[in-house]
Design a protein around this ligand. Structure first.
Ligand code: PFF
Length: 440
């Protein structure tokens, strides 16, 4: 459950729908699901098994199996820190929207220009970002994850129920059927290498993989727990929430664009602002939309908080273990550092929007470099480490302690050959694309 809490977050509700909208809908969904049940499964089983076997956090786990390879753990911690920095910026936007709904300003939020005007400001987004980081810090420093976990156990099912209701509502908006078709019927002509790359990055991000987080959670798992079953449940839950979020948003885009194909294409391609622009319109069109909107953003906030806690915890616990820092100072350093690093991501929507790296604003750049480059590198190293350094048996023996390992044959081939080759191919493509050598 804790691992599912880390997995389900902004990645599912904010990131997945805008990628699916942009990358061709059904074709993206199909590739995403295929990746989850093959790559995702393989890497998650590996991380949880390494954690349970060694009983350690990421760097310790690599170190105890083969000392020279502890750098893989460090890469993971570095990635977690970068993600934390911009995750907080978006977390701040979520709190702002919650506040606006509670303050009864739901009508103002339905205006398409509201989001850009708000994120383009200098101080306000920074303030909400600071608040989000502060809350994450307070939970981590006080060690009250247990409390948050209890709250999440109640709130996450509520999020599911509310999401189902909103998705059902969206499906019945006039013209929404086209959106449902777009999301569920793959159009193979829309496939580009970018679709694959985006789906791969999203899979790592959404399942909290290649960041050592699942190693940490694995270290708390009992030997009697059925490891393979746990992974399947996390996958199912995580992918389910992503699909629900896409169902809330994508049919609504088709409905609101009402046959205007230029508007439709602009809306489908809008990227990170999609959830914040489209959902308030959905709420605006329904009875009691203000209350539903407030409830929804509150639940998204909790989902985001459980994920950001896991990101911060990953970095803090490493500093405590390796640099012998106490929890208080370590948490302050990490929270303060992530806030500073996040400032460009926040300002990149406004005063710093003219600064771009590889044509991307700061937030998109950090998002790209973590999801499309560093996470695949981390995952590649994990595969090579297991396949060729410690041996696949280390993982399969660990899985078999508690249950039969039905997908063992697939696992072995995947981790030694298919995953590394595909990851390298995708990585090379993504780097060439970033340098403008390839365009899709
Ligand atoms: N999986 C989280 C989400 O989908 O929002 C984000 C995340 C949390 C990524 C923790 C990585 C991580 F280690």
């Amino acid at each position: 459950l804790a691992a599912a809490g880390s997995a389900v977050g902004l990645g599912n509700i904010w990131r997945f729908p805008y990628l699916a909208a942009k990358q061709g809908g059904g074709i993206f969904l199909l590739i995403y699901i295929l990746l989850v049940v093959t790559f995702g499964y393989t890497i998650m089983v590996s991380e949880i098994a390494l954690g349970r076997k060694t009983g350690q956090s990421p760097i310790g786990a690599y170190q105890s199996l083969a000392k020279r390879y502890s750098f893989i753990g460090w890469i993971a911690v570095f990635v977690a820190f970068i993600i934390l920095s911009y995750y907080g910026v978006i977390g701040g936007w979520v709190i702002k929207y919650f506040y606006e709904f509670v303050a009864g300003h739901s009508l103002a939020l339905t205006d398409s220009g509201f989001f850009a005007a708000f994120t383009g400001e200098t101080w306000q987004p920074l303030l909400w970002f600071f608040l989000f980081m502060l809350m994450t810090y307070l939970v981590v420093v006080n060690g009250v994850e247990k409390g948050i976990e209890k709250v999440s156990k109640v709130l996450m099912p509520v999020l599911v129920v509310l999401s189902v209701a909103i998705a059902a509502y969206s499906a019945f908006l006039p013209g929404a059927l086209e959106g449902i078709k777009y999301l569920f019927i793959p159009n193979f002509s829309q496939f580009t290498p970018m679709t694959l790359l985006a789906a791969l990055g999203q899979m790592f991000y959404s399942m909290s993989l290649a960041m050592g987080i699942m190693i940490t959670y694995g270290s708390y798992l009992q030997k009697s727990n059925d490891l393979s079953k746990c992974v399947k449940r996390i996958e199912f839950f995580d992918a389910g929430i992503s699909i629900l979020a896409a169902m809330m948003i994508i049919p609504a885009i088709f409905s609101f664009s009402a046959g205007d194909s230029a508007a439709l294409s602009a809306n489908l391609n809008q990227g990170p602002s999609l959830m914040f622009v489209t959902l308030p319109k959905v709420f605006g069109s329904m009875p009691f939309g203000g209350v539903v909107g407030a409830a929804f953003f509150l639940l998204v906030f909790f989902a985001a908080l459980t994920s950001s806690i896991s990101l911060m915890e990953c970095v803090v616990s490493t500093l405590c273990d390796k640099w012998k820092l106490r929890r208080g100072p370590a948490s302050a350093i990490v929270a303060g550092g992530a806030f500073l690093l996040g400032i460009p991501s926040s300002l990149g929507n406004g005063v710093w929007s003219s600064f771009t790296i590889f044509g991307k604003d700061f937030l998109s750049f950090f998002d790209f470099i973590t999801n499309a480059v560093l996470m695949p590198v981390g995952a590649l190293l994990t595969c090579l480490f297991i396949g060729y350094v410690v041996g696949v048996k280390t993982v399969s023996d660990e899985v078999k302690i508690s249950s039969p390992f039905k997908r063992e044959a697939m696992y072995n081939v995947m981790i030694k050959y298919i995953a590394p080759i595909c990851i390298v191919a995708i990585l090379v493509t993504s780097v060439l694309e970033a340098f403008g050598i390839l365009t899709f």
